[in-house]
Write a protein that binds this ligand. Structure first.
Ligand code: DGJ
Length: 704
């Protein structure tokens, strides 16, 4: 056993103190403290009550049943029935002021565990375990979980739910005995169970409260648990759900969990988001690609669906360029036999009937217009109605002997099958080598049922092979931008983001719905990775109608695009697209680097979204009126994050076309501009204008 050590990891506004001896326990995760920390820690020694085990049982980073922890253990596994209750003893501790690596072993059970944990300057912690089988016989793993403690004052949760076209919805609930558990068995990150949650002090909100945000970076089945132990101690746990018999380690083999990311703030959700956004910008995103101005998209999907006519597409491109679009993307429908969603997935060859002259004339045309070119793929999928399936029926990810349900008429390809993997790589590589393609939209339109390779469960390995396929493509084509899409927001997490550059949050382009979807996503992701398109005035997924102003303002707050057929649009609409494209181009340096603030309002019918430049020289504010105002006067708009000592010019950048018609008169300051101090804006605020339901205004603040 190694010497007992007190390890202190320091971020900027948070600190983690770990007591590492025989095992490792986080004693404090919260505000930074100073002084003789090692000796102060003795104040935390726990009493041992009657009626339970005779000695104190620590709630460690890797809780063990064999040590007398009765909550969910970190490891469940066995060696043909034996070695099922391991107890690890520390053998090595390596640490510096930001990270620690703990190695422990159970010589009896023949297992070694390595736990990594770090806290960076952005106050984001990440941790994972690796388990190694050091005995000669195979070791079967059922569970391997990452565990972090929560303080007793963590009394409330914000968790996620959703579905297709309704992603990233949040819900609040008390954290009490019985706890909370979320299980995702859909084989991808999922629309339903986005793998994140926030725990915090009672009534935590955007601006105040101690909050602990967690994000589990894994694109497959997972379980998140937040529990209150019988003795009152609380913890958060995240793990992959391994399917029966899926994980067996031979001697020397190792299983590593995904990273569990976590961040503490004593100033509520906005500040937590700032930390996650900075971490994503600093440590996850591919800076070479992301730091170039995010080009405005025109995506063909909702414009033409499967109706592909090259001349018409070229006209769409011409009109897109005239509106200011910078990247033109051909979505689904371009490959052999793809005339609807029942056939052809897997046949990644250009459809010669639709494109008799090939893709090159279109790409040349797009490039001559000064735009980049992009193409849609759904590599992991196969329709039974395809040449690929007829040639390789055994490439299905399935259990033989069962007829599994289809999803969008399609099946999943077994990526553990090397021939299938290599075929997919070759096809993607072919297109990326042959054509000047700057971007691909990588889609995944079904959930995974009975994932099996050679009859054995393969849900985990399928995800690993998906990562490997993207990595291989990225290594060969490092300049290609990749968007992760899974029928909208079904595969959005930090692990995917390490290898992609943009997410398609939802197939729902309805501006009202997007307000809540984008808000939910903004807790963990910065706006530059959030695809956000203006759809046609008559939304395809909700059948609602919205003005161009509301659609435009909603779309400019992400990585903007247009999702319709410009050729068919009325002149007035086209002028609107042009206007919001221009506005986005002017604002994107601020939007894509600044700090996002979600501002609470007394009226739930409001949604207020602020982005402030890092140097506080400017800011934009969107005040969205989601439903009818509750009162006839809406109170004050307070704007956080500004330089309190500076004077700002406040002016309206955009407003609904009927802005002045719906009232006797609007607030004086919205007619012209006014000059106010940052302190005034934050503490006193400005009178809110009166807006119709489903409309918005955009306000600009410039430091004088
Ligand atoms: C689902 C995506 O979310 C859509 O944007 C579109 O690409 C379709 N798939 C194409 O099949």
């Amino acid at each position: 056993m190694t010497q007992k050590e007190i390890i202190v990891l320091t971020g900027t506004n948070s600190q983690v103190i770990i007591d590492a001896g025989e095992c490792a326990e986080i004693l404090h995760w919260g505000k930074p403290v100073s002084g003789d920390i090692a000796s102060f820690c003795s104040s935390l020694l726990r009493p041992v009550p009657y009626g339970r085990l005779d000695n104190d049982v620590a709630m460690t980073l890797a809780p063990e049943l064999g040590r007398g922890v009765f909550s969910s253990p970190c490891l469940e596994g066995h060696r043909n029935g034996a070695d099922w209750a391991p107890v690890f003893t520390m053998t090595e501790i390596k640490s510096n002021s930001h990270s620690v690596t703990l190695t422990s072993e159970d010589a009896l059970a023949g297992l070694r565990m390595i736990t990594e944990l770090s806290l960076d300057k952005q106050d984001v912690m990440k941790t994972r375990h690796s388990l190694i089988n050091i005995k000669s016989t195979p070791y079967q793993i059922n569970r391997l979980a990452n565990t972090l403690p929560l303080p007793a004052r963590a009394a409330e949760l914000m968790t996620y739910y959703g579905r297709w076209v309704h992603e990233f919805q949040t819900v609040r609930q008390p954290l009490q005995q019985g706890g909370y558990q979320q299980e995702n068995r859909r084989g991808r990150t999922s629309h339903e169970h986005y793998p994140a949650l926030v725990a915090g002090t009672r009534h935590f909100d955007e601006m105040q409260g101690d909050v602990y945000g967690f994000h589990f970076a894994w694109s497959g089945n997972h379980r998140l648990r937040v529990d209150v132990k019988a003795d009152g101690r609380r913890y958060m746990q995240a793990e992959v759900i391994y399917l029966p018999g899926e994980i067996t380690l031979q001697q020397g083999e190792e299983l590593t969990t995904p990273w569990l990311y976590a961040s503490y703030s004593d100033q509520g959700l906005n500040s937590m988001s700032h930390q996650f956004h900075s971490h994503v910008r600093e440590s996850i995103l591919d800076k070479q690609i992301i730091n170039t101005a995010r080009p405005i998209h025109l995506n063909t999907w909702e414009g033409i669906y499967f109706e592909h006519d090259p001349d018409y597409i070229m006209e769409m491109a011409t009109q897109s360029a005239q509106m200011g679009v910078e990247r033109f993307i051909i979505d689904d429908g371009w490959f052999k036999g793809r005339n609807g969603d029942k056939a052809a997935l897997g046949d990644w060859f250009l459809d010669a009937h639709k494109y008799p002259n090939g893709l090159t004339p279109i790409i040349d045309h797009v490039r001559e217009l000064g735009m980049e070119f992009g193409l849609w793929f759904e590599p992991e999928m196969i329709n039974k109605e395809s040449d690929l399936y007829r040639q390789h029926p055994d490439w299905l990810l399935a259990v033989e002997g069962y007829e599994q349900p289809t999803g969008r008429n399609q099946y999943v390809i077994d990526l553990q099958n090397d021939d299938a993997f290599n075929y997919l790589y070759e096809r993607l590589d072919h297109f990326l080598t042959q054509y000047a393609i700057d971007y691909i939209k990588w889609d995944m339109n079904r959930e995974v049922v009975q994932p099996a390779h050679n009859g054995q469960a393969a849900g985990h390995q399928q995800v690993v092979r998906y990562y490997q396929l993207v990595d291989k493509i990225r290594a060969a084509h490092p300049k290609v931008d990749i968007e992760s899409c899974a029928a909208g927001g079904g595969r959005i997490d930090f692990e995917v983001l390490k290898r992609t550059h943009r997410f398609w949050p939802s197939d729902n382009n309805d501006a009202l719905e997007r307000q809540s979807i984008q808000r939910g996503m903004s807790y963990f992701f910065p706006p530059e990775v959030m695809g956000s398109h203006i759809g046609s005035s008559h939304c395809h997924s909700t059948r609602r109608r919205h003005s161009i102003e509301f659609r435009g303002l909603t779309a400019i707050f992400g990585h903007m695009g247009i999702e319709l057929d410009p050729v068919k649009e009325l002149q007035e609409e086209k002028q609107g697209f042009e206007r919001y494209i221009k506005l986005h181009k002017a604002l994107r340096p601020l939007l894509h680097t600044g700090r996002t603030w979600r501002v609470p309002s007394d009226d739930e019918a409001h949604q207020i979204h602020v982005v402030v430049a890092n140097n506080q020289s400017e800011a934009v504010v969107m005040l969205a009126q989601l439903a009818m105002p509750t009162n006839s006067l809406s109170g004050h708009l307070c704007i956080p994050g500004l330089d309190r000592t500076a004077i700002y010019r406040v002016s309206i950048l955009d407003k609904p076309s009927n802005y002045n018609e719906i009232v006797n008169y609007q607030p004086f300051w919205t007619e012209d501009s006014c000059e106010l101090s940052g302190e005034w804006c934050e503490d006193v605020g400005l009178t809110m204008p009166i807006l119709d339901a489903e409309s918005a205004i955009l306000i600009k603040l410039e430091k004088l």
